[in-house]
Write a protein that binds this ligand. Structure first.
Ligand SMILES: [Zn+2]
Length: 150
């Protein structure tokens, strides 16, 4: 499954550090054999912002909406994409969760917004990464206290 991605990692890393091939000749042949793997790119349209992910990446977490058949309710056959009328800013972090298994979130967002998005996509707050979890817990407590005061 991850083989096709792994094969391209050295190239992606090289591109990231600005590595330029010395040889200007032909590039090595493409590993077409990887096409035989059943993985495919999934198009995700979140309020007009387009995201793409490997289907296998999403299916790493089958208990979530994107990882299950549940997302088929949002599929637009004509456009070959899934459309979600949700917050694209937070979706970026949700997609990151599928890639890394860790859910991080921006501190500038209201905790309620984050919880709403997580609930919609079926991601448990327990999946929030250690680096963000304490902050999430503190802010949730603060938020709940503020609501009680009102
Ligand atoms: Zn974090």
């Amino acid at each position: 499954m991850a083989a096709s991605v792994a094969a391209w990692l050295p190239f992606a890393r090289a591109a990231a550090i600005g590595w330029v091939p010395v040889a200007s000749g032909e590039l090595p042949p493409m590993p077409f054999s990887h096409r035989r793997t059943k993985d495919e790119v999934v198009n995700l349209n979140v309020s007009g912002r387009r995201f793409q992910a490997w289907r296998n990446t999403l299916e790493k977490f089958p208990d979530t909406m994107l990882g299950s058949r549940e997302k088929d309710f949002f599929y637009n056959e004509e456009k070959n994409e899934y459309f979600f009328d949700r917050d694209p800013e937070i979706f970026r972090h949700i997609l990151c969760f599928y890639r890394t298994g860790k859910m991080h979130f921006p501190r500038t967002e209201c905790i309620t917004t984050i919880e709403d998005e997580l609930a919609f996509f079926g991601i448990m707050p327990e999946m929030i990464a250690d680096c963000c979890y304490e902050d999430y817990r503190d802010r949730k407590r603060e938020h709940d206290e503020r609501l009680m005061d009102d």
